[in-house]
Write a protein that binds this ligand. Structure first.
Ligand code: SAH
Ligand code: SF4
Length: 440
């Protein structure tokens, strides 16, 4: 493709979850190590799409972005990786447009393909993709994968097919990455896995570590930072995790615990391995062990066979669980999954109606939950600022993972993305807390 000394430009486009973000930072690191130079999409020779296949809408967005890129720059090399790249139908329909497909679980292929492409024979051994030190655009918030893959095979979900079976990184490797992030002033450290509480690491001495062991260790490191983590499966969430969360002062009280449905019939069809009653008991236990815990969840509407009665059970479970945040998702049929063989029974209009009703329900509860913050001062990390007529509109996230919104005035000592700040909360909405910035 080019001489061995010439630098090649590349651009990484990320779609979907934080795990994809974390992968993309390692792709970038690897390309830089090979002599690549990160650049805009327009100026790049190699463009890498880190794709998401969780829902059809995400898939459509990526496909149109790839087509646009190919039309705009016929001479570039397009690489598709992430959760769509393994799919035979995707490979077939995009084979004229995409140059290389690298499935998410086969990252050593990525290394070899890039070496071939660039003609560079740099001695760069990558036994394990995750040993690569990520190249991060920002350091105040970091996403650190602790495990990848999933063994659960929920019937609607593409992840086990896209990312393979569960593999945990060693605790030493994770801790080294965490320490480096802290040294670079990380304020918010996200530990990531498809199912973090099935983490099983083994250290050099042969001792095995579970997720709470890892949380305790990260919590014991010196520095001013918060630890957050995603996602937890209800079937593996136990007293040890809840007790550890309550004991570890740097660990956010937010537990994202997707329930997916309130109907036991649907949960069974989804292969979720718990009932709604079991889930609610778990929440009761969680609140006993850790009264300040903040539970958020995901619910899918319109799964094949979901009757109005089943849907009402999802509404009922939201009212009982009193979630602080809920992501409602319309069921999307995914190739290869067990549910893709089930007959769809809920049309898209009805899915939309159910989604809206679910949203109204959790939002009414969430407003009430948020009212306890009125009059309180809370610490947050600034994510974004935007000039408006009344000042600098500033958004951020709190320890509890609440969105905080303040307007900074010129007279304030202006704070920017990545800064710590304090807000005095004056009003609330279902999605977050509003107030004014205060000096601390
Ligand atoms: N491992 C995580 C979820 C990863 S996928 C867990 O078990 O919680 C993130 C969310 O996407 C899921 O919680 C689910 O609600 C949603 N999702 C996954 N597949 C979907 C599909 N086919 N249709 C609609 N939503 C889906
Ligand atoms: Fe998908 Fe279920 Fe695994 Fe989550 S636990 S990634 S929903 S298969």
């Amino acid at each position: 493709m080019q001489s061995r000394t010439e630098k090649f430009s590349f651009h990484v486009k990320v779609f979907g979850c934080q795990m994809n973000q974390a992968d993309s930072e390692r792709f970038s690191a690897f390309l830089v190590a090979l002599g690549g130079k990160p650049d805009s999409e327009e100026n790049s020779k190699i463009i890498i799409f880190v794709s998401c296949g969780v829902r059809q809408t995400a898939e459509q967005k990526i496909v149109s972005s790839i087509k646009k890129s190919r039309n705009g720059r016929p001479g570039s090399i397009l690489i598709l990786t992430g959760c769509l790249a393994h799919r035979p139908d995707v490979q077939k329909s995009l084979r004229e447009i995409v140059d290389i497909f690298i499935p998410a679980g086969q990252l050593s292929d990525f290394v070899n393909e890039i070496k071939n492409l660039t003609g560079l024979e740099k001695d760069f051994k990558v036994d394990d993709f995750y040993t690569l030190k990520p190249l991060r655009e920002e350091t105040f918030r970091v996403f650190i994968p602790i495990m990848t893959g999933c063994n659960n095979f929920c019937s609607y979900c593409v992840v086990p097919y896209a990312r393979g079976r569960e593999v945990s990184r060693s605790p030493e490797e994770i801790l080294e990455e965490v320490k480096l992030a802290i040294k670079n002033d990380a304020k918010e450290i996200f530990l990531l896995g498809q199912n973090v509480n099935s983490y099983k690491g083994e250290d050099g001495k042969g001792t095995s570590w579970d997720f709470p062991d890892l949380l305790k260790k990260v919590n014991s490191l010196r520095g001013d930072f918060w630890i957050k983590f995603l996602s937890s499966h209800p079937k593996d969430t136990d007293a040890k995790l809840l007790k550890t969360m309550s004991d570890c002062k740097k660990v956010s009280p937010n537990l994202h615990l997707p329930i997916q449905s309130g109907s036991n019939k649907i949960l069974k069809l989804m292969n979720r391995k718990y009932t709604a009653e079991k889930y609610l008991n778990l929440l009761k236990k969680a609140k006993e062990i850790y009264p300040e815990i903040v539970i958020s969840s995901d619910i899918i509407v319109g799964f094949p066979g979901e009757s109005e009665k089943d849907f009402e059970k999802s509404i009922a479970v939201v009212k009982k669980a009193r979630f602080e945040m809920l992501y409602s998702l319309k069921y999307s049929k995914r190739p290869q999954t067990a549910a893709s063989k089930m007959k769809e029974t809920v049309d898209s209009l009805e899915k939309k109606r159910r989604q809206q009703e679910l949203d109204r329900t959790w939002k009414a509860i969430s407003v009430k939950n948020n009212q306890k913050f009125i009059g309180k001062q809370i610490k947050f990390i600034i994510n974004s600022t935007k000039e408006t007529a009344s000042g600098l509109l500033t958004l951020g996230k709190s320890f509890e993972e609440k969105t905080v919104c303040v307007t900074q005035k010129k007279s304030d000592n202006i704070k920017v993305r990545g800064d710590w700040a304090w807000a005095q909360i004056e009003s609330v909405s279902p999605l977050g807390l509003k107030g004014k910035i205060v000096k601390k």
